[in-house]
Design a protein around this ligand. Sequence first.
Ligand code: FRU
Length: 499
Amino acid sequence: MLIICINSLFMPIASSQDLYHEPHRPQIHFSPKEKWINDPNGMVYLNGVYHLFFQHYPDSSKWGPMHWGHAVSKDLIHWQQLPIALYPDSLGYIFSGSAVADKNNTSGLGIKGQIPLVAIFTSHDPNKKAEKSIGRENQSIAYSLDNGNTWVKYAANPVLKNPGITDFRDPKVMWYEPGKKWIMTLATKDRVTFYSSPNLKEWKKESDFGNDAGAHGGVWECPDLFPLDYNGKKIWVLIANINPGGPNKGSATQYFLGNFDGHQFTASSTNTKWIDYGPDDYAGITWSNTGDRKIFIGWMSNWMYANEVPTEKWRNALTIPRELKIKAIGKELFVVSEPVKELSGIATNPVAIEKLSIAKNMDLSKKIKDIQIPCRITISMEKTSDFSFTLSNDMQEEIKIGYDKSSNHYYIDRTKSGKTNFNKEFAAVHTAPRFTSNAKMDITLVIDLSSVELFADNGLTVMTSVFFPNKPYQQITVQSPGNLLLNKLEYTSLKSIWP
Ligand code: FRU
């Protein structure tokens, strides 16, 4: 008896319910300690620290009065959750938005020697919503003079009043150097509207874009606007999240490429392109103040079922941060995304197998000792062929990720992935086109306890999908109808980011 007591005093037996180690808890992705999360907000880099704010309801695991939760990281992978940054106030809930480092103190909110961080967000008035009043969404600001630790709301909020548009939200602000002014890209129902300001306090409408471009199966939300370098040329990327109306139903992130002249965005093509074709990457935008590097993070869920996914202590998580670049396929330009290089910082037990031939079905544990999830698997093949990876447990639950040559589609099949009946839309096969006709194929899978992210053709086609097996998947097999020859397969375990 005594021994048991001493043991439990000095060597607490880790229970599956320990914080951050509950069933389904993402081990390499950010999720809040507890309760609800949706969009990532206000991401800004300052003094070696990546700030991440997020739509958060600290009183429930379902969506409710929105606050901005706050977390910080030095490497985009390990996160420390800090106290809530912004609480609802008399103007309403704190909806999505962005943050900037106001280096020139254009706002006048700074003090000597301290760059003010300024957050620009939507004040959403729930009472006006109940009265069906149109003007319920207005833009407000708050500032921090201690590197993001504490925030003060600006006394004269809102700084941009609703002109009579019901959906008028999610300001993403950037400094436009040629015009020496701030540009706000705002989601305004079926389009985005650009505003400019010298000081983040007074805003003037410049133009709008999109009512006749791209996908319109739902309302536009959470936009972003930024340039990327392509062979020394500036290509402007305009992100417009949309819900519903995504390529696999529900929420998704579309983008346009073109030019921005300080007043207007002109798209080089109005075809719809998607940052991620999977069902579970929404409301993604990029960090500000990261120089030429553009880092994107999305909410790893979908409004179709986000409130019902089978976790209780916390609900939902964010994707792996991804670096965005431009790539040409023939004459057409695309945004490609790949996991940030910092992910390699948690990679252990690397195994590389050259010239691996797979006939029908191969259990990876036959080749790789101690295979485990979370992990990252990268394969390359000289000749495109059908293949699939299956993650499974001994309850016959599985998720399948693969490529089908006849339809030229990547797919993720989660119809038998475990708990699926919490929402009728969840159990489905999701597909995404392959955009290159290159015979060579490269695939990276980032696998966590309840999600998989597929980066195909160096990030040209991306798919993110969540899943909830009744027992963790512990087996990884590779299938191919013919004889699959992999030029190389690389495996690495990924260490949990939580204590
Ligand atoms: C997108 C969104 C935003 C809004 C926020 C509210 O997921 O609907 O448009 O600001 O969530 O939580």
